[in-house]
Design a protein around this ligand. Structure first.
Ligand code: NAD
Length: 321
């Protein structure tokens, strides 16, 4: 059985390969041939940690397994990333464990790939200004994947902790793009595409900030209680998601659903747009919003790709198990 350690992932997996894997599995989900099992996420009462499992099965690729892990807020002080995860794959014919794969970098890559998929399929073709809300660990992966989707000429950013904005400035610089710090008001006014990736429990981006034609990828809300944008924005926007069950329970839509602003039937799975079953954006004035909650099938898809690449390059550790 192959084990692919975390340290090997960076040399194996590219953002482009993650994009392909995630787009394909979103499409399979919309065809109902791949499905996620209910998420388990618990506050364990130790180290302020949230721990849980995301899992699923893709009948087309036969990817079966789970990602185990969570969020340890004190890790940064220990020189570790706050998110810690490991992906376990199983043989769909026998149930035997078929691979163990480090899941930290893969989580960042598959999450960035999800918002990039939403940008490719939902943002206006002429989008020029990318607005970033959030400057934590995930933010640079998000920016790197997003800039491949449209010809952006500038990145603007806001963060609750402004001292962290240098991370966005350095990333934009490495991508050859100018960066400007912005207020939420000017970010909403100027940005054609907005990515929000924070751990906030109250809205930063308000309905009144956002102008017609914007595409917003809400990527930070993956737990009950978290919220990044004002709920009324979801009533004004065309809302898309990775998976409806997660969107209404742990995603950004949980608040608009709970307050009766929208119903589940107002939300479209992005896979339907990828498959051509839904038109996606229907006008240049429409506001599109992608509620990226992060599904287990994304993890399995990128892990399966990494195992294939690791075996081909001979860098997997093979053990009898
Ligand atoms: P991080 O801890 O490195 O950064 C947290 C970010 O949130 C920082 O920009 C911080 O300034 C900001 N923030 C903190 N408190 C805030 C507040 N009250 N208001 C506004 N902003 C605030 O975390 P990260 O690894 O970058 O992850 C960011 C979020 O993305 C987390 O909520 C995480 O759970 C989520 N996430 C989602 C997915 C997914 O698939 N959707 C995947 C990975 C991470």
């Amino acid at each position: 059985m192959p084990i692919v350690p975390e340290a090997e992932i960076a040399a194996l997996m590219t953002p482009d390969a993650a994009y392909e894997a995630v787009e394909a599995v979103f499409a399979a989900m919309a065809r109902k041939s791949a499905y996620n099992f209910p998420v388990i996420r618990e506050a364990i009462g130790h180290a302020d940690a949230l721990y849980g499992f995301k899992s699923g099965f893709d009948r087309e690729s036969l990817a079966l397994g789970l990602k185990s892990g969570g969020y340890w807020p004190g890790n940064a002080d220990r020189g570790l990333t706050n998110h810690q995860s490991t992906i376990f794959l199983f043989d769909a014919d026998t149930g035997r464990c078929s691979a163990i794969v480090g899941g930290n970098l893969l989580t960042a890559l598959r999450t960035a790939a999800a918002s990039a998929v939403s940008i490719r399929h939902l943002a206006r073709e002429d989008a020029k200004v990318l607005g970033m809300i959030g400057a934590g660990h995930q933010s640079i992966f998000q920016m790197q994947a997003a800039v491949k989707q449209r010809k952006f000429s500038k990145v603007i950013g806001w963060n609750y902790h402004p001292e962290m904005l240098s991370r966005l400035a350095e990333c934009a610089d490495s991508l050859g793009l100018p960066f400007e710090e912005a207020s939420l008001e000017s970010l909403g006014r100027e940005a054609d595409v907005i990515i929000s990736i924070t751990s906030s429990f109250s809205p930063s981006l308000l309905d009144a900030h956002v102008t017609p034609g914007t595409h917003i990828a809400c990527m930070g809300t993956d737990t009950k209680g978290k919220q990044e944008v004002e709920a009324t924005l979801l009533k004004r926007a065309a809302v898309f998601t990775d998976e409806i069950a997660q969107s209404i329970s742990i995603g950004e839509a949980q608040h608009a659903i709970a307050s009766g602003l929208i119903t589940q039937t107002d939300i479209t799975e992005i896979g339907a747009v990828i498959n051509g079953a839904h038109p996606g954006r229907v006008s240049d004035d429409e506001i599109t919003l992608f509620d990226g909650t992060g599904v287990g099938l994304q993890d399995l898809a990128v892990a399966a790709k990494v195992v294939e690449l690791a075996q081909a390059k001979g860098v997997a550790i093979n053990v009898d198990f």
